[in-house]
Write a protein that binds this ligand. Structure first.
Ligand code: BV8
Ligand code: ZN
Length: 264
């Protein structure tokens, strides 16, 4: 019996985080994704931390607060007007598109976003073509910058340009103070939206956490609903975050590069 010298076996490398993440996705039944400003970074939307100082030396945390709005609504309005103008030049990136296609293929909604930039919605409509976009439409738990809301009666309306005089936008129905339809720091989130997002995460067996520093609550608690229900977390982010230690796999990279690979 001749013994064939077997080639020395390749040392078995542990599977890469991308491979492990792909396997978890293949095994998962219900998947939810929580996204933050990082998924829009490659669309040139400044992440919440870098936006500060880019505009008349204000910090976002100073301006995106209910206190600032009550104290100095005009300045907060002008900041949102500036952000709206800037966002008009941005478009969904490959990360938004890959995520939209993924949920359209699965036919079941699962995107929860902290972002107010509307880029997930645009990606859903563009990727769905003339098909239904619903499965890729996000739950926007912090609202949408492109809409206004009445501070008094809650009437929502398309944003209108700010008058250049000192008057502030008023509600067409009740004459109350209009404001951007976003959740400012110090404000409660829409409880129905938060409940829907939380229940979706608790029913999921996998939560993709994409481009968030996971410091803003109650949004950052959503992936923990999946974890506490026995599910697992995959983090897609170039950096470590407060959620990294709760993640089964951390894929260290940019969403625009990782998601098309991961979700193909
Ligand atoms: C509430 C809408 C309770 C506005 C937003 C003191 C005073 C007041 C409040 C608090 C306080 N201390 C704590 C609080 C609670 C506060 C909070 O959590 N603060 C944090 C900062 C400690 N939360 C609230 O105020 C919430 N409300 O708690 O109400 C309450 C109770 C009783 C009575 C009344 C109220 C409301 C929070 C919602 C605030 N609104 N947005 C607007 O945008 O104009 S949140 C805002 O922050 C944005 O939505 C943004 O999404 C979010 C920032 O978080 P991230 O998305 O994670 O963005 P960030 O820049 O931090 O991170 C980006 C990540 O991406 C990084 O990890 C980076 O590595 C990564 N990245 C970069 N590039 C890429 C990438 N990843 C992938 N690919 C890339 N290419
Ligand atoms: Zn009103």
């Amino acid at each position: 019996m001749t013994h064939h010298a077997t080639a020395p076996r390749e040392p078995l490398l542990p599977p890469s985080p991308l491979t492990r993440a792909r396997d978890l996705i293949a095994e998962a039944h219900r998947i939810v994704a929580l996204t933050g400003a990082g998924i829009s970074a490659e669309s040139r939307v400044p992440t919440f931390r870098d936006a500060g100082g880019l505009w008349r030396n204000y910090r976002p945390e100073e301006l995106a607060t209910i206190g600032a709005f009550e104290r100095d609504p005009r300045t907060v309005w002008e900041w949102y007007e500036w952000r709206r103008g800037f966002l008009a030049t941005c478009k969904p990136n490959e990360g938004h598109r890959a995520l939209a296609r993924f949920f359209l293929r699965r036919g079941e909604e699962g995107i929860v976003t902290q972002n107010v930039d509307g880029l997930h919605t645009r990606a859903a409509l563009e990727e769905a073509g003339d098909g239904p976009p619903d499965a890729a439409l996000p739950i926007e738990i912090h609202g949408a910058i492109a809409r206004d809301r009445c501070n008094d009666c809650g009437l929502r309306a398309e944003a209108e340009p700010l008058g250049d005089d000192d008057t502030l936008p008023r509600c067409a129905d009740c004459g109350g103070m209009r404001r951007p339809d976003v959740v400012l720091f110090g404000e409660m989130l829409d409880s129905a939206l938060l409940e829907r997002a939380h229940n979706m995460a608790a029913r999921a067996d996998l939560c993709l956490v994409i481009g968030t520093s996971a410091v803003v609550y109650p949004a950052a608690g959503i992936p923990l609903a999946t974890l506490h229900a026995g599910g697992r977390i995959i983090e897609i982010n170039p950096q470590d975050t407060d959620l990294t230690r709760a993640a089964e796999v951390a894929v260290r990279g940019a969403a625009g590069e990782v998601l098309p690979e991961l979700l193909a």
